[in-house]
Design a protein around this ligand. Structure first.
Ligand SMILES: [Zn+2]
Ligand SMILES: [Zn+2]
Length: 286
């Protein structure tokens, strides 16, 4: 398939609103996790109760989830950026096909290397979106949730998602892909939902040294300045340990950002506000 053909097939995929596979994927994974959480924490603390109460920052989370369910999130992301970052990501991918994965012996090891490299890439891109002021203005939108309702996982600014695509292709541009890799995305998604849920467990030594626990991600979303830029790992907490950004979980944590400008004037206003704050910071940095 040549470059133009690939862009064409991507466009067809993007315009496929009401795609039953996408719809089923989101409803099954998030729905399943919502039920599991309900059974563990009970109705009063559950994300489902928060979703049905439809208050405060939860409204935005539900709206973003629905955009994903109906396959509209990606379409809006492309439209708002004129597809520039998608094309850039594709160019990076096409120009650097090193297929290093085939230098690694055996599928299990190939899988492990790719998974670890993808997670390191997630840590690095997350770090960049925290530490570059203009980019933080976009990522701040994810952090502006003042409570977790599991669907907070889907609250993310379109421009951030578009830019991150360029990061996302790097591991695959270097290593190439393996078919079985997709199988793990459901597990990663379930983990991400758990991180934005009513669970507050620190997962003991696993949460201290191996995986990001719900309690550790609460620190990441804390509104207290002593917690800023801590626990930026996606799946493994190991990166935070290695690069000195780990902060142990604490009991009571207020979620949100300093002087939270979000969740007051509606979704559209919040998205535009993040854009404005991004361009203002970009101008100031020159
Ligand atoms: Zn963050
Ligand atoms: Zn988060």
């Amino acid at each position: 398939m040549d470059f133009l053909e690939k862009i064409k097939s991507k466009l067809i995929e993007l315009l496929d609103v009401f795609n039953p596979e996408v719809l089923f994927y989101y409803l099954a994974v998030a729905g399943g996790m919502l039920v599991i959480e309900l059974l563990i924490v009970g109705w009063p603390k559950s994300s489902l109760r928060r979703i049905f109460s439809f208050n405060g920052s939860v409204k935005t989370d539900v709206a973003f989830f629905m955009l994903d369910v109906f396959n509209l999130y990606s379409l809006i992301t492309v439209l708002l950026t004129f597809g520039a970052f998608h094309v850039l990501a594709r160019v990076v991918y096409e120009m650097s096909h090193f297929d290093l994965i085939y230098t690694i012996p055996g599928l299990p090891l190939q899988f492990l290397v790719l998974f670890v490299v993808v997670d390191l890439k997630n840590y690095v891109s997350h770090w960049v979106f925290h530490r570059v002021d203009a980019l933080w203005k976009l990522h701040e939108f994810h952090h502006s949730a003042t409570e977790f309702c599991m669907l907070t996982r889907y609250r993310g600014h379109f421009l951030e998602t578009a830019m991150k695509r360029v990061f996302d292709v790097i591991p695959f541009a270097i290593f190439g892909s393996i078919e079985s890799y997709l199988a793990v995305t459901v597990l990663v998604e379930m983990h991400q939902l758990a991180l934005h849920s009513a669970f507050t467990s620190n997962w003991g030594w696993i949460g201290r040294y191996v995986l990001v626990s719900p309690a550790a991600h609460r620190i990441h979303h804390s509104a207290a300045s002593k917690h800023f830029d801590r626990n930026m790992g996606n799946t493994f907490i190991v990166w935070d340990r290695l690069f000195g950004t780990y902060h142990p979980p604490e009991h009571e944590v207020d979620l949100g950002v300093e002087e939270n400008p979000y969740n007051k004037h509606g979704l559209l206003s919040d998205i535009l506000s993040a854009y404005k704050r991004f361009f203002k910071a970009l101008k100031a940095s020159k």
